[in-house]
Design a protein around this ligand. Sequence first.
Ligand SMILES: [Fe+2]
Length: 380
Amino acid sequence: MTSYADKGIKPAVNYEAFHHLLFWVGNAKQAAAYYITHFGFRYIGYQGLETGNRDVASHVVGNGDLRFVFQSSLRPGNKEMTEFMGQHGDGVRNVAFTVDDARECFRLAVMKGATPIREPWAEADEHGEVVMSTIRVYGDVDHTFVQTNGYSGVFLPGFIAIDGFNALNDVLPPVPVAFIDHCVSNQPDNKMVEITERYEQMLGFHRFWSVDDKDIHTEFSSLRSIVMAAWNENVMMPINEPADGLRKSQIEEYIEFNGGPGIQHIAIRTHDIITAVGNMKKRGAEFLYTPKTYYDDLRQRLKKSKVTVTEDLDMLEKLHILVDFDDQGYLLQIFTKPIEDRPTVFLEFIQRHNHQGFGAGNFGQLFRAIEREQELRGNL
Ligand SMILES: [Fe+2]
């Protein structure tokens, strides 16, 4: 496990945060309802036939600063969306960043070899003007640069506020979350380093943290991961690849079922994981299971540690929340089961207490939990 202090040369542009994640799905209306029901998101904005969008419907849901956009085709014969979903199933099509200069981000990325997908364009309504541009670094996942210029509408120009399914949130318990902590992609064998170099050159990201297969393995499988970060380290993009193991790793399973590289999980920061997870479970969300032995071992390890976990360990055990720590601090995290039928995309919920890692101490436990699920799926 390695942390990196060298951020490289400060880029001319600033990546401020994740702006939104765009999912292409078979039925965007129902996908939005799923996140509202089980994960406590609120309905934020809509575009579709009623707003003059004749080809694609968009439903935006969010919680805290986090925004997910679900899009579906309204008409027959949308080749691009049909091909994407035929290949990958429902999945993340675009990871959009809030930037200070969308034109310059595009120019710099394309100059360094990024594929230009859409030249900078402006959109405006009575709430302001937003400048955007879109590039590709790998596979079928694009990045849109969003320069918001203080835009004050519900989401982006052209979106309207409707009540959606928010009535559900008046009766179900709230899920307190803050923003996207990190967003992870899986790459095929031996592609990880090449892809991290692209993020370094095209977007000016730097290495923040890494683990290799010596750190992370079970008796069956292992992985390598390098976390790439934007200069201000508000945008974190871990990039994984499988490493040789006795059986098929979860990364290989992902690559097989996703038909190539793509977004594997989205980690959502919360400042109160116990309330968030407890209430998501009441809302029917499905999480990975952690056995009692993990908590017996954790209690022993924490006794020898300098760090004090302030949350109630019995409650963490009851909710199957994992703990990773060093001498300075700790993090709490939990992973959902896949959020669709293909074993591809899942969510993580994470709370940090002076700890900037990614849960390497839990990866073995996480792998064993996923291997139990892989076995049930006939994919181990
Ligand atoms: Fe993660």
